[in-house]
Design a protein around this ligand. Sequence first.
Ligand code: SF4
Ligand code: ZN
Ligand code: ZN
Length: 314
Amino acid sequence: MRCSECKEEAIIKIPYAHKYLCKEHFIQWFENRVERTVRKYNMLEGTRKLAIAVSGGKDSTTLLHVMTKIAEKEGIEIIGITIDLGIDMGKKYSAKSVEFAIKNYEMLGVKYRIVKLKEEYGFTIDEAKVKIRRPVCSTCGLTKRYILEKVAKEESADTLATGHNLNDVAQYVLTGYYNGDILSLARLRPVSPAENGYIKKIKPLFLSPEKEIMTYALVKGIPFIYDSCPHTFRVGGETQDKIRRTIEEMEDKIPGFMISLVTNFEEKFRPLIEDIPKETLGKCKICGMPTNKGREICSFCATRMKLTEVKVNS
Ligand code: SF4
Ligand code: ZN
Ligand code: ZN
């Protein structure tokens, strides 16, 4: 097939836009989409220093490349944050992921910080899987959110960008409806403003389908880890996996399904639940980070205490 914009050979079909695109026009298409998303939701308004969470996978490394370009245009400073989660399971998953993240930082000349969970906090995610009764991905998610927030603040960043893509967000929307979880739906936003002691969070890939991110990373020669996390099969459990697969099948049957689901949710539905009372937050007695209502110690410190079996005082 030929590109819809020129006569070059097409490398990708974009069914929901009725387009075939060559390499050059696809790169332009993809970067424009991210830039338009950033502008549409005023993601960088007031941002002086942007922290980018980079795991070494395709989404976060692509995010780093595209946001570096946008930040340069806007005169915004960037800092990459990567966490060595200590996931090994005989596959050296974390060690390899961190290597890929560093390759990208060095390729782009971006400053970065690597946080080694074992050295700095005394445990690994593999150890958490054995010692903590809840699903390993829940402990891992909690750990990542906590450390990213903390390190971004330490680095004086005012905004934190994460690589959630359109497929992720579509899955969260449907799961929120399915569970009737209005609080989670109200919190699901392309931009979460700085409030309650948290810094501003943005999702610049909010409207970028996973397939386009993968294609962009491949055609741009971005180094990223292909392997999946050895704990992946536990992400959200079987129901979540089925919801995700069903959404992707719907996208094949109704091109544009995911974008409509997410943009209609964001623009028409979420404003109606914007004003539901938010939980009030306290301050963790151990680390000073925000904690849920009625809790003196935040979930991360409580988890860390269980895992390290020592009293945490920093
Ligand atoms: Fe962490 Fe689970 Fe993701 Fe692995 S799959 S990195 S354990 S959240
Ligand atoms: Zn073209
Ligand atoms: Zn704490």
